[in-house]
Design a protein around this ligand. Sequence first.
Ligand SMILES: [Zn+2]
Length: 1088
Amino acid sequence: MDPNQGRTQHFSERDTIKTLVRLSIHTVLFTQRACGSKRLFHGGADSIDEVKVSVQGGRRKDVRNPTIEVVRCASSPLRRHRSPSPASASAKGSSSGSRLPRFSCTVGRVLVTTMTMLVAASLVATALVIVNVSTPLGATADPHPRAGTPKGAAIWKDGAARLPTHLKPIHYRLRLMPFIWPGNFTTAGELDVSVACLESAYNVTLNSKDIKIDQDSIKVFEEDDDQNLGRELILLMPESAATNSTDQDFIIYTSDQLKSGSNYRVQLKFVAQLNDILQGFYRSSYVDTMTGEKRWLAVTQFSPVDARRSYPCFDEPALKATFEVSIARTLNMTSRSNMPLERTEPIVGMSGWVWDHYPATLPMSTYLTAFLVSDFETLEEDVAAGNGVPREDTPAAAFSIWSRRDALNQTRYARDISPRILGHYEEYFGVPFPLPKVDMVAVPDFGFQAMENWGIITFRESAMLFDPKESTASSKQNIAMVIGHELAHQWFGNLVTPAWWDDLWLKEGFASYVEYIGVNHVEPGWKILDQFPYNEIQDVFALDALNSSHPISVEVNNPNQIRQMFDRISYGKGASIIRMMNHFLGEETFRAGLKSYLTTFSYGNAVQDDLWASLTAQAHADGSLPADMTVKEVMDTWTLQTGFPVVSVARDYENGSARLTQERFMITGNEKGDDADAQPTWWVPVTYTSQDKPDFENTRPALWMRPDEDPPATLTNLPKGKFWVLLNTKETGFYRVNYDHENWNLIRSQLQDQAGTGTVVIPPITKSQLLDDALNLARAGLLPYALALDLCLSLQNGTDYLPWASAFRAIKYLDLMVVNSSVYEQFKGVMLSISRKLIDAVGWGESTASGEGEHIDALKRASGLKWACHWDDNDCVREATARYAQWMAESSGGAMRKAQFRNSTSKIPPDLRRVVYCTGIKHGSTKEWEYAWQRYLSTNVGTQRDVLLDSLGCTQEIPLLKKYMAGVLDSSSGIRKQDGSRAFAAVANNPLGSQIAFDFLRNNWNQLLSYYGLAFSRVASMIAAATSSMNTEAQLNQVKTFWKEQQGNLGSTGRTFQQSIEKVAANVLWMERSFEEMKKWVESHSKR
Ligand SMILES: [Zn+2]
């Protein structure tokens, strides 16, 4: 944190413009309309007693366009004395009497040049008393910053930042009338919001974006304790009573003062856009198969900063209020919102229209409010909780699952598992779900996977709708996980909300962890808890091993920065360190601590220190953490620092000990990045087991490694002699482990022995961890490739899912690097020979596993066959292309009419489709591609659409790749905006398509940014996809040049761009450092 934040600097009256110039002011926004008159300047200094300078981020280097606010009302007497300190000027209770409270006058802003500023500032200089270097946007300073709030934020060219803190919303009354038809697509609205005034001021500042507010409708009233309207306040000069200072806010200036301690009502009318960028209150559509008609609907996506596109509001998570919403609709539609419908009444003078009135919500944040107006339907049986089947885990809340009519039969899986997951969470957290109902809605166009709006959860279709005949096992798992995630948010995020977006991980990390607990409850056969390291830790390690990664908790101010927080670090790393905490505290302490946290902060906000405090108190009470340690001390090293450690184990085989050291794991290995002196270190919970007494269940730390420990930590009581030792049991810690070569060889022998004999000593979850660690240590140059690849040889006799999944991911990297090299043919041969047993075992038939193992078998089959065909295994290609041809023959005579496809189910089992489609298209021609394209256009199943989108990128025909790519920017192509980045990645992931993808990105940058917007990281994911296989110096320069050209035009893609450049640089380094080593190993194994 910047030490300058929040500091108020005091200046004497002699401090004049020079002070300001010293602060590097080039341009100022000068207060002119304050106190309603230009007399401020004409009348000389007698009306002024303060000047505040607001500086973005509170850092001197950020001083570009500071705000100077001249604060004083004309009616006040001149006070030429030095001002009291800001602490004593605290506004509360100081507003009575004739003396106006400090920090309180209204500002207006006029952009003036430096010259004008010089003249004006010299006028005010005699009264200059305080230069406040950290005032947030708006009229008031912030003597009581909200907890966790990055202070010093203000409005600058990056867009609006923080609202002033003098008003707190209490209760919104909102009437919305969306017009959902071509030629209109707007929402007429009325806002009537009660606010409490915490510090006296002359302005109401709301967030508002792309909303037209009717200036004549603006009214501000005093309000009594019973929320009755009192005196109407006089607004500042009517023609300039309200304005925007940025494109994200709207400021109403009052002539009468808003007094601290009083409540007010702000009323206004507005017109908002029902846009097509999937943000705010937006429009979506689908084609009804029965009528062939295009049907429109309106739905919301407000997180993180887009409620302000729907209605003017105080759009910050800590500004919780209650919401009473009325939605107008035509009679052929229905509406839904956070609360159950209360009553419906006709709209006078608008035949065919009604108002739906919803009761007030519980206190909640704006980003969680949601509205839906559609003709969606719900299965009758959904309405009763648990479908009338009493279960122990059925919650009191009623569930309704909504979709377009054609997809209703795909809602059954969500209906089956969702109430049970919610019920399980109620029991697990010990805190009941507070709302009477949950609506779950599958939306045809949706930016994220899903959104946890309180009581009305929205999903993209492929993340909620499951068709057992059409959807794959991995789709089913994804659906269950997304549902588990969004339901977890009903507590983590909705009930207790991060105070600001810098603590986004507090809700996303938790939801991403707790989803495993929810899914494990409803699908125990999936052994989903064992999948955690592969799905989350090993995945996010790749990103967090970059210099350009970031801490979990990081200061963010403007919308672009906020949007970039929605990445794998907040989600995957957040979840991983919570899991680590669960294991080092133990289950009982963890759950009790969470319950206390959720109870203490219900309907309020929290920062990460609040969580640490709840858990520490519980841990000390339970004795599960030493009294001299706190959770905060440990966890701050994980949330405030970038990266993660690799723990190196140097064993002494004779005396049975091992010396442990830690350093940050970087994908470039020993290249330590920008600041070699300041390498982070962590509190590392060390768990271990050994060959003499293997125990893979105990995950409580045997030892803590401390940051900057000297001498290094030492493990004792290890077996003496040649027995293996393994650290980080079940990969519960967020770190990698490297061993001396002797120990690695002992591990390899064990893995080979047990693969041969069939006895499991080292379980699959640990084997998966070892393979991932070894192959990535080799990638980073910390372990010889020969040793890591020799470890892979133990896979030859094994068919367990997790070790193979981890190995395939690491091998995928090798495949990308060598695909264009002379060794690739041999590489494929060696890989096929290692995976032969797996490929033969999974086969093309149905699963032979009964019940529980079926799901894992399906996942294994899908990935085993995918790689077999990818490496051109003859049998695989023959089988896949034959099945593709059969699929094409299914449509009689090959006449590809949409109506024919719509209800036809392919005979290919869902889990084989990905490999059949991709291989059929790869080894086929235009005919095969066109067939899949037509099926894509006509399918009714979102999960199937995803598989087809991926497979269309497998073609070897350059013109088809180009044609497909062009559809990404063409709204009439049939590729929905929500799917554009998926289609793009499908082309980019094809070795023949990666350059096409990069060129497309470069040539259409501005169009892509404007078509896709900045909200959902879609363009950012395109950058990552287009550069992932680049590994030459020339390609690196290409990306760097492109990045330089787009400086200032990167939107929210800046961080991903940096990461991509770093990854390409690491690939170039890998080619120099490791290619020959790897080639040698392949050649030596290829001869056998
Ligand atoms: Zn989430």
